[in-house]
Write a protein that binds this ligand. Structure first.
Ligand code: NAD
Ligand code: MG
Length: 418
């Protein structure tokens, strides 16, 4: 601890600073100014959220992906910034992604939602940074390439996703898990529709799907949690991060979200990580690992808990979970296609153009159609991943129009919410 206090603060870049994970990260960093210095904040366009953080953290650089919002920010900085150190504003995608490789940055928080986060996560991994990975979609779309690049560059990939962070904490340090581990037990809350009668699934609204019982999150991951596609993406994420085959990754529904995941070992031991459902805990863990720092989260009061319950996920209720296992079994570009189709379908659902039940149907039909052709071999470069992602999206949009008559507006983009 003292060594850290005597050292210069570590430079941090937060991609997705205005989002749920970005804001939780800033809440933790606020507690440790001697240890961490915010070098760069990156967001899409929500200046009303970004502005107070610019004043509080005074980063050297700000990346704003929406050019109109970047222009508005430059004007506001010119008019209102007081003192020295006015942040430089970048709005070109290449320049923004390159911030992840900046020598002034040691820690990159990858918290952009969706494959929009792929380029910056890739830049951080290739530059050998300490990468706090929240953006699971980049691992789902490009897992093989990301893991190879991390090994080559020496990047330290630390999972922020609460389940993967829990598993990381339960695994013995430095031991390849495959031999010692019998199963990874990924817990899932079951989301808002765990007990909703199946007959009432046709009436699910955006508000219903975004109302998660335990976690407060961005809108895309909230819908993913409601469909359990989130857990499916997490199964794929776990397979890449921990090198464990899908047959040894099991999903257990645990509605209280107190146990964040478990590891079952060959001798019958099961290790669990527990805590309040608050992302500041895994964020603080990944920031400081192998050290520990305060996160601002209140201690868990075990005696106040009314019980810890577990059940198997219901496949008829949550077809997206099986889709993810199918994608892993198929391998190659299948997870990428599933992820892209899900992003398109969720954006359409959020803009009330697709019913909730249409999400799984669009993903399944897109996957079937993509695999019927020959155009989706496993990608060998990130450029190829991005190109396949675009093609899979176009295919999903066509499928959606055909199956549901859903017309895709040009503004169809859940990023417009962030
Ligand atoms: P969010 O919607 O609250 O925030 C998304 C952030 O990404 C915003 O800051 C937005 O401005 C930014 N963004 C979107 N498109 C961008 C672009 N093109 N360029 C730059 N910035 C862009 O989402 P969230 O809930 O914070 O989730 C972020 C990621 O973390 C997702 O991949 C999600 O799966 C993962 N995650 C979230 C949680 C959680 O509790 N929220 C938990 C585990 C994993
Ligand atoms: Mg999670």
């Amino acid at each position: 601890m003292d060594a850290f206090l005597n050292a210069a603060p570590q430079g941090v870049a937060i991609f997705g600073a205005t989002g749920s994970i970005g804001q939780s990260t800033l809440a933790v960093l606020r507690l440790h100014p001697a240890r961490y210095r915010v070098h760069a904040l990156i967001a899409h366009r929500r200046l009303e959220v970004l502005w107070p953080d610019l004043l509080a953290f005074r980063p050297a650089v700000v990346g704003v992906a929406c050019p109109q919002a970047a222009a508005a920010l430059r004007i506001r900085l010119q008019q209102e910034w007081v003192g020295s150190g006015c942040p430089q504003v970048l709005d070109q995608p290449d320049e923004i992604a390159a911030l992840a490789a900046d020598p002034a940055v040691s820690i990159v928080v990858a918290a952009i939602v969706g494959t929009a986060g792929l380029a910056s996560t890739w830049a951080a991994v290739c530059a050998g940074k300490r990468v706090l990975l929240a953006n699971k979609e980049s691992l789902v779309a490009a897992g093989a390439l990301m893991m190879q690049a991390a090994q080559a560059s020496g990047a330290v990939l630390l999972p922020v996703d609460s389940e993967h962070n829990a598993i990381f904490q339960c695994l013995p340090v430095g031991v390849p898990p495959v031999d010692a581990v019998e199963k990874l037990l990924l817990t899932a809350s079951g989301g808002p529709f765990r007990t909703r009668p199946l007959a009432a699934f046709a009436d699910i609204t955006v508000a219903d799907a975004c109302r998660h019982p335990n976690w407060s999150m961005g809108r895309k991951i909230s819908v993913d949690s409601a469909s359990m596609m989130n857990k499916g993406l997490e199964v794929i994420e776990a397979a890449w991060l921990f090198g464990v085959p899908p047959a040894r990754i099991e999903v257990v529904v645990h509605p209280q979200s107190i146990i964040h995941s478990m590891v079952q070992f060959a001798d019958g031991s099961v290790l669990a990580q527990m805590g309040r459902p608050d992302m500041r805990t895994p964020i603080a863990h990944a920031l400081a690992w192998p050290d520990r720092v305060a996160s601002g989260v209140a201690p868990l009061d075990l005696c106040a808990l009314t019980g810890l319950h577990f059940e198997r996920p219901d496949p008829s209720r949550f077809p997206c979970l099986q889709l993810a296992y199918d994608g892993l079994a198929l391998g190659g570009a299948a997870p990428l296609i599933i992820n892209a189709a899900n992003e398109v379908a969720v954006a359409a659902f959020l803009s009330e153009q697709l019913p909730f039940l249409g999400i799984a149907a669009v993903i399944r039909a897109t996957l079937d159609r993509a695999l019927a052709g020959t155009a989706f071999a496993a990608a060998e470069s990130i450029a190829e991943v991005l190109e396949q992602d675009q093609r899979a999206r176009a295919l999903a949009e066509a499928v959606m129009a055909q199956l549901f008559g859903a017309r895709v507006a040009s503004s169809l983009d859940y990023h417009s919410f962030g």
